[in-house]
Design a protein around this ligand. Sequence first.
Ligand code: NAD
Ligand code: ZN
Length: 369
Amino acid sequence: MKSIRVSLKERSYSILIGKDIFSRLGLLIKDRYPKPRHVLVVTQKEIAVFYRDRAEKSLACAEIEASFFVTPFSKSSEAAKSQNVYWRLIRQMAASSGKNKSLLLVALGGGVIGDLTGFAASVYRRGVPYLQVPTTLTAQVDSAIGGKTGIDLPEGKNLLGSIYQPALVLSDLSLLSSLPDRHWSDGFAEVIKYGVIKDTALFLLLEKRGKEAIRTNPGFLEDVVFRCAKIKARIVEKDEFDKKDLRIALNFGHTAGHAIEAASRFSRAYTHGEALSIGMLIACEISLRLGYLKDPHLPMRLEKTLMKFKLPLFYKNIKTEALLKSMGHDKKSTSGVNRFVLPITLGKTCLVSDVPALVIREALEKRRG
Ligand SMILES: NC(=O)c1ccc[n+]([C@@H]2O[C@H](COP(=O)([O-])OP(=O)(O)OC[C@H]3O[C@@H](n4cnc5c(N)ncnc54)[C@H](O)[C@@H]3O)[C@@H](O)[C@H]2O)c1
Ligand SMILES: [Zn+2]
């Protein structure tokens, strides 16, 4: 098992990464919170079918009183970040903790469950502690770390949120074994992103081994999750409240990626990671056109690596105009300010504002399939 300390004064916590460590959940809670507390495990039906029994057993062995909040199965996982589900969760928190009992939440799920649970924990009684037990690769390398929490409103994603750190992140690699194939690729898009922005050795490993070798080799997988979690932890330590333009490096590929994701929201043609894959290539192209890219081989190497992880290189059935509009660069507003994280070489990026609309348009056109 590997461990990373996230140093944030009194909000410091550990990230534990290893195989089959989920069974220690109860003991880890008991260790940190010796006085009796009611533990409410928040999860989704798709995840509960695999792991509810093991969670119950581990908590019971440590003599912890526990209950579950399970969001119903839905075609869209994001539906669990709705006002309705959030409100039901808050009401169950109130019911299960009673007047005087302390409460502890456990987020057992991907980014959706992590964001929902963290947000509910941050506001209930002005804050109760919560643990992250991430069950997707995306959550283990990204969303479970750093304390960004939130739910969606009909007007938009993540509009209600807070920055509220977990008390512990328990990343058990064995929990990923039930993850559908497409979600593995999704998570690997974020992993490749870390390689490009900060970790050449990680990129080399990904480039050399590819998806199946890493996914099925516990040693590689542990190393990959550890490296990414460490990069995120170090950035969060320097910019916990996202005020210093440091966390923004993590947004490499996300400006165009978000636009592709938004444009395909109804068809659900592209997941977040798939859109990110194309978004990273668009950022490379912009960097090349603006003269920031110093390593001419980087785009081709990135493209080959993305292919190895079954990630798309081109967007289809989306109008370039729709993407420009989504990025604030439609025909009407050619002077809107945008910000792109652009690669310079492997491991090095820069932040560039106000990229000309024509450059973005040409970069987008190059990635239209
Ligand atoms: N807080 C942050 O810093 C941050 C960062 C990135 C993304 N996010 C948020 O994370 C969310 C996306 O998270 P995600 O990509 O982890 O997806 P997700 O939470 O929607 O999970 C993906 C799907 O896989 C299922 N699933 C999860 N774990 C499983 C397992 N082990 N076995 C079988 N099925 C499993 C889920 O039920 C869901 O249907 C978005 O809402 C996004 O806004 C937050
Ligand atoms: Zn992302």
